[in-house]
Design a protein around this ligand. Structure first.
Ligand SMILES: C[S@@+](CC[C@H](N)C(=O)[O-])C[C@H]1O[C@@H](n2cnc3c(N)ncnc32)[C@H](O)[C@@H]1O
Length: 307
């Protein structure tokens, strides 16, 4: 897993930056010059829309440490030079992947999953009448804890739903994360973060020190790499979009563009959008309606009256 859920990152010890001055960071050879920081910041903005704020040199340095080591590069400056020479090449892709923040956990924030089980999914299924089916897009799935939590919520609460009637499209910018989600393999440390023991033993099998999602769960989840700022060709019309804890990394314009596209191209009337606890559509998209469900809230495209 790249940064975010990793530990043991290098820490800054360097002085404030000045133009062209390398900032030494403990644990990494050399430093990160302001020019190289600016280049990486632009690369990330252009290719992922992630906005890297001033003063985040330490973050770049700690996250690129493993890329440096795996490529046998002597310094960050050498790495940046190589990316400059081939900005569309595999090394640049590796740098972008490593710069994503993949923090996640099972049943993150808990209340949204209660709202899904008790109110949102029953409403959606009621709308589909006699043929129960559900299509959900998890648009920044990270290593998969979110789509697997949703799949478990469905199996536990909606026995009438056959796994074949459920499609959870799980996408992420990071190929490393998409691969992890596809494998459905989690460490003990990861399952300790949010997975109740009774659900763990029911839906996962133990393999050494890891836990692997059962086939029934994996069958519901369809993974693809997808950049939210590019084409969404693999995303069908959905009943629900979960786009949690990713808009926070983008500019206002990018948030607006993504929200507008979700509303007009992915969700139909009555469709639901679930954001992270600190995210909102307010002041970004005037059409979504905020709906409270107990201790969590969701955003709804205006449409058919609710039953
Ligand atoms: C903090 S994680 C959120 C994971 C999960 N949704 C949750 O709430 O637990 C943010 C994820 O967004 C992904 N991401 C960042 N920029 C992206 C982009 N432009 N397109 C698609 N995914 C992106 C990252 O790779 C990362 O896995």
């Amino acid at each position: 897993m790249s940064a975010g859920t990793t530990t043991g990152m290098a820490t800054t010890t360097g002085p404030p930056t000045s133009a062209g001055t390398a900032v030494p960071v403990s644990g990494e050879p050399g430093g990160l010059s302001t020019t190289d920081f600016g280049f990486l910041r632009q690369l990330l903005a252009d290719r992922s829309a992630i906005v890297l704020d001033d003063g985040k040199e330490y973050l770049v340095q700690s996250r690129l440490g493993p890329v440096l080591r795996s490529g046998g590069m002597p310094s960050i400056a050498a790495l940046v030079d190589a990316v400059r020479r081939d900005p569309r090449g595999p090394l640049a892709e590796q740098v972008i992947d490593a710069m994503t923040t993949n923090e996640t956990s099972f049943f993150r924030d808990l209340h949204p999953f209660e709202a899904l089980a008790e109110q949102i999914i029953p409403e959606i299924l009621g709308r589909h009448g006699r043929t129960p089916r559900l299509t959900v897009w998890c648009g920044a799935c990270s290593s998969g804890q979110e789509p697997y939590s949703l799949a478990i919520t469905l199996l536990e609460n909606f026995p009438e739903l056959e796994p074949a009637q459920v499609r959870i499209i799980a996408t992420d910018l990071s190929p490393t994360m998409v691969q992890r989600c596809r494998e459905g393999r989690f460490s003990q440390l990861e399952v300790n973060r949010g997975m109740p023991a009774r659900l763990l033993v029911r839906h996962f099998t133990q393999d050494g020190t890891d836990w692997v999602a059962r086939a029934e769960l994996r069958r519901m989840i369809h993974t693809s790499q997808l950049n939210l700022t590019e084409s969404w060709d693999c995303v069908p019309r959905c009943d629900l979009v979960m786009l949690r804890n990713v808009l926070i990394y983008f500019s206002v314009e990018t948030k607006q563009e993504i929200l507008g596209r979700i509303r007009t191209r992915v969700l139909g009337p009555g469709g639901y959008l679930m954001l992270g606890a600190s995210e909102t559509t307010m002041n970004l998209d005037p059409v979504f309606e905020r709906t409270s469900f107990g201790r969590s809230s969701c955003y709804r495209v205006p449409g058919p009256e609710r039953a």
